[in-house]
Design a protein around this ligand. Structure first.
Ligand code: SF4
Length: 175
């Protein structure tokens, strides 16, 4: 055992066994220890290969998730474009409201230093105004919340309490 030599014309065997057989210097114990080590390496290699196979399937799964997210983002993007288009139709309304509101806010007799003294606001209305505009839309005067119309001229545009200051013409036709 262990020292057979390959003869001329003989085909070499492949694999571990023929290699171990041709180790003339190795004792039975050394060969057995070598076999165990090789078995351990084989086992580890198998585990690595299994993990690699798992990694491959994980990569495929992640690629699927990535394409699904990309598809959803594309659809959200096109929805945003339609919302943008619809909102742009409101731009003229906002422009005119601001134009009329600024004029009314400057010429209304209820305005004192940019603050409307006509409206007395309930806490519900104050909260709504803060939600839609900002704290700058309000000012507290003697524990009452008042509209700072200089900062939110839109409100004056829709206000039914507008009362022009003396000398301001509202364009009313006299009969
Ligand atoms: S138009 Fe209305 S909101 Fe504006 S200052 Fe006059 S009363 Fe106040």
């Amino acid at each position: 055992m262990g020292s057979e030599v390959l003869k001329v014309g003989e085909k070499p065997e492949l694999g571990l066994e023929p290699v171990l057989r041709y180790l003339p210097w190795a004792s039975r114990d050394e060969i057995s220890a070598l076999r165990e080590e090789i078995d351990e390496v084989k086992k580890n290699l198998k585990e690595v290969l299994n993990n690699l196979a798992g990694t491959d399937s994980k990569i495929k799964e992640l690629e699927g998730i990535k394409s699904s997210i990309e598809g959803k983002l594309a659809s959200v993007g096109s929805e945003l474009d339609s919302v943008r288009t619809e909102l742009s139709k409101l731009e003229p309304v906002v422009f005119v409201s601001k134009l009329v509101g600024v004029w009314k806010g400057m010429t209304c007799s209820w305005v004192l230093e940019g603050v409307c003294t006509a409206w007395k606001l309930s806490s519900e209305v104050v909260n709504e105004i803060k939600k839609y505009f900002s704290d700058a839309a309000l000012v507290n005067v003697n524990n009452d919340w008042k509209l700072a119309v200089k900062n939110v001229p839109y409100i004056c545009a829709f206000c039914p309490l507008y009362k022009p200051k003396n000398g301001i013409s509202t364009g009313e036709q006299k009969s």
